[in-house]
Design a protein around this ligand. Structure first.
Ligand code: ADP
Ligand code: MG
Length: 758
């Protein structure tokens, strides 16, 4: 890999996973063969019954079969990329393929099995080992983790998982995710922790993790900044950014029978993936001047990785079984196209947004502050010591010496001194009590000041320490023997990988040249021989032609299928739109619709329609200013009306409150209860009537006339047996009699009547 600015192709490797238990149990046939040496994948088509049908052949930078080890992939394919990130290049690894073909296995692998760890954990190890072996360099490593799901960006490391992030663009640094959190990590353990937290968050929102991960793109970003003293005597910073992308499953969604909501989701996912495909096509095409990066979040964010300033590796994952063949072919064609993308990587030197630079400057600033404090303190110490020269020597010596000890001594001394002075004041009886209290207070204040100063100093020192600890420097165990051996081993492995790669390349070249040169070299001894050889050759070429034709047909079929799918989606969307139209036509007044349409503007940045705010503009007459005649009033008033209002309270000129709305209490419709005047005789009779049975002495002869036309039998019985203890009210209404409330019978008789209580 060169450090020049020249362009280089995207490296594409293909990995085929082993048959899983289910496939083996179901007896699926393996349709994929892998020629590791030649870097070729051969796919037989299960549909074509004829055995003569030649397998489709695809050639890649390297290919890995079901026996491939994670570490082999890493050493051969990913290690050189990570190495260049450590040099200050941008690097990206995409894992592309159908769900269940091993994208996550390749990127993450099995976490707690060192042999089956994927690229991400392996790169952690690689990066921190590299740093520990470096010399005279300072490193800062930080990590971010994000996910794109349904065209929304989620920060997998943030506390608030409901928050969605936006993409922003700056002319100097390009596209970035606004407010994306990133964590500075000092060791493999720390960065692993970051990854685990992100993975946990990733699965939190998802009801079905498999489905979720197959529809979302996960991007783990490692930024490595390295500062080194250049030949010009200045510190130079190089920044390498490594994007590790586990893409959504590439399978077509209609296959899964998505409907309604699910389909909508599917169309959205297709947006990012198909945008990726479109970008690749446009890049490879060479004719299109417009590359549709802006069509999706994924392509915008990874713009640099596709035809820009980055080194890119794409791992295309495929499954071997016969029922996967369609998808496998699609994946291989996709990958084949990606091979032709040209990138222009270069080392990012001294970028404006280097965090390392900020760290260094901040540390220098804090150190300076600390220095000043120490300086102040020293001066004081010197003054105290009395003998200038000796104190200075001491101070300087201490400065070179352990600073912490010196500090401790100083603080202790100061404190002791203050304490002593305080005691002296306490014991000094010559002072007046007031004076004593004042002095004591002052001393206490001084002690407090001293304590605070000490704390501030300690805090500053701690901060410097914390910040410095984040900057990693290597060279500590450079003499470590095992380390050396390991390094040799790694180097060997890398050499072998490089060797293999060269062999493969040569073989590929030889194959392609074979046909061209064969003819030139050959001389024929006889005509027959020439015919034979040429016939053979013709056959070979004919086969090739057939293969190409078949490929063309395959691609056409695929295109037709895709177009049909798009049309279907479009139909669904049109139907949706029609419904919305119907609602608008029927429920939104025409003028409101017009107003909204006038105010709506499309925001490219956020990819949505927005309403322009209503503001009063200088020459915008839509909103007129308030007329002068209305100041202080709710509506404009004529001069005459105002005058008239002032002169007399004429309701005619009152713009407001013409109605007099004074409270009007309702008139009373009831009377206070007045006791009727009852003849004492009647009262006595009533009293008798309401008395308990056994107390009654019947002597009703004299009352018959006054009680009215009561049937004789019932009158006596009613008087004799007041069963309910209550007189018959019906009778009372006809004979308005009453009795004195003071009488004992009053308990059984209503005390008051009417609405007004008594
Ligand atoms: P994807 O992320 O593409 O949907 P996964 O990485 O989850 O697929 O893989 C699906 C299953 O296949 C997992 O159980 C994984 O362990 C297994 N697998 C994938 N690739 C390999 C491989 N090269 N070797 C062994 N097992 C694999
Ligand atoms: Mg996955």
């Amino acid at each position: 890999m060169s450090k020049s600015k020249s362009s280089e192709s995207v490296k594409v490797v293909v990995r085929c996973r082993p048959m899983n238990e289910k496939e083996r149990a179901a007896g699926f046939e393996r349709m994929v063969s892998v020629d590791v040496k030649l870097g070729q994948i051969l796919v037989r088509n299960p549909r074509e019954a004829s055995a003569a049908e030649l397998p489709k052949i695809f050639t890649f930078d390297s290919v890995y079969d079901w026996n491939s080890k994670q570490i082999d992939l890493y050493d051969e394919t990913f290690r050189p990329l990570v190495d260049s990130v450590l040099l200050g290049f941008n690097g990206t690894i995409f894992a592309y393929g159908q769900t269940g073909t091993g994208k996550t296995y390749t990127m993450e692998g099995v976490r707690n099995d060192p042999d089956r760890r994927g690229v991400i954990p392996n790169s952690f190890e690689h990066i921190f080992t590299h740093i520990s072996r470096s010399q005279n360099q300072q490193y800062l490593v930080r990590a971010s983790y994000l996910e794109i799901y349904q065209e929304e960006i989620r920060d997998l490391l943030s506390k608030d998982q409901t928050h969605r992030l936006e993409l922003r663009e700056r002319p100097d640094t390009g596209v970035y995710v606004k407010d994306l959190s990133s964590f500075v990590t000092k060791s493999v353990r720390e960065i692993e922790h970051v990854m685990n937290v992100g993975n946990q968050n990733r699965s939190v929102g998802a009801t079905n993790m498999n489905e979720h991960s197959s529809r979302s793109h996960a991007i783990f970003v490692i930024t490595v900044e390295c500062s080194e003293l250049g030949v010009d005597g200045e510190n130079h910073i190089r920044v390498g950014k490594l994007n590790l992308v586990d893409l959504a499953g590439s399978e077509r969604q209609t296959k899964t029978g998505a409907q309604g909501e699910r389909l909508k989701e599917a169309t959205k996912i297709n947006l990012s993936l198909s945008a990726l495909g479109n970008v690749i096509s446009a890049l490879v095409d060479g004719r299109s001047s417009h590359i549709p990066y802006r069509d999706s979040k994924l392509t915008r964010l990874l713009q640099d990785s596709l035809g820009g300033n980055a080194r890119t590796v794409m791992v295309a994952n495929i499954g071997p079984a016969s029922y996967n063949v369609e998808e496998t072919l699609t994946t291989l064609r996709y990958a084949n196209r990606a091979k032709n993308i040209k990138n222009k990587p270069h080392i990012n030197e001294d970028p404006k947004d280097a965090l390392l630079r900020e760290f260094q400057e901040e540390i220098a600033r804090l150190k300076e502050q600390l220095e000043k404090r120490v300086g102040k303190k020293k001066k004081r110490q010197r003054r105290k010591a009395g003998d200038g020269s000796e104190g200075q020597d001491e101070a300087e010596m201490e400065e070179d010496d352990d600073d912490g000890d010196d500090k401790g001594d100083y603080w202790r001394e100061q404190q002791e001194k203050l304490e002593k002075e305080r005691k002296a004041i306490m014991e000094d009886h010559s002072l007046v009590a007031e004076e004593k209290a004042r002095l004591l207070k002052e001393k206490e204040r001084k002690m407090e000041d001293l304590r605070m100063e000490k704390e501030a100093g300690e805090m500053l020192a701690a901060k410097v320490k914390a910040m410095e600890s984040k900057l990693l420097v290597g060279g500590k165990n450079i003499v470590d023997h095992t380390n050396e051996q390991q390094r040799m081993l790694e180097q060997r492995r890398q050499e072998i990988a490089e060797q293999k790669r060269r062999e493969r390349e040569m073989q590929q070249q030889m194959e392609s040249r074979d046909e061209e040169t064969l003819e030139l070299k050959e001389t024929y001894s006889s005509l027959q021989q020439e015919v034979d050889i040429k016939t053979k050759k013709l056959k070979k070429l004919f086969n090739k032609l057939q293969a190409v034709k078949a490929e063309i047909q395959g691609i056409q079929e695929e295109h037709i299928e895709m177009r049909q799918e798009h049309e279907q989606t479009q139909n669904e969307l049109t139907r949706d739109l029609k419904l919305k139209h119907l609602i608008i036509e029927n429920f939104i007044p025409l003028e409101e619709k017009k107003k909204i349409a006038n105010r709506a503007v499309y925001d490219d940045e956020d990819d949505c329609w927005k309403m322009k705010p209503i503001t009063r503009m200088e020459d915008d007459h839509q909103m007129m200013s308030r007329p002068l005649s209305a100041v202080g009033y709710r509506r404009p008033l004529s001069q005459h009306a105002r005058m008239a209002m002032m002169m007399k309270p004429d309701t005619r000129y009152k713009a407001e409150n013409i109605l007099m709305l004074d409270m009007e209490l309702p008139a009373r419709t009831t009377k206070d209860y007045q006791e009727p005047v009852i003849a004492p005789k009647v009262a006595a009779a009533l009293e008798n009537a309401l008395r308990d049975e056994d107390e009654i002495q019947v002597d009703a002869s004299g009352f018959h006339s006054s009680l009215g036309p009561t049937p004789p039998g019932s009158a006596s019985s009613s008087l004799m047996k007041p069963k309910s203890g209550r007189p018959r009210t019906g009778k009372k209404s006809s004979t308005p009699t009453s009795f004195s409330p003071s009488s004992p019978g009053s308990l059984h008789y209503p005390q008051s009547r009417g609405l007004v209580p008594k």
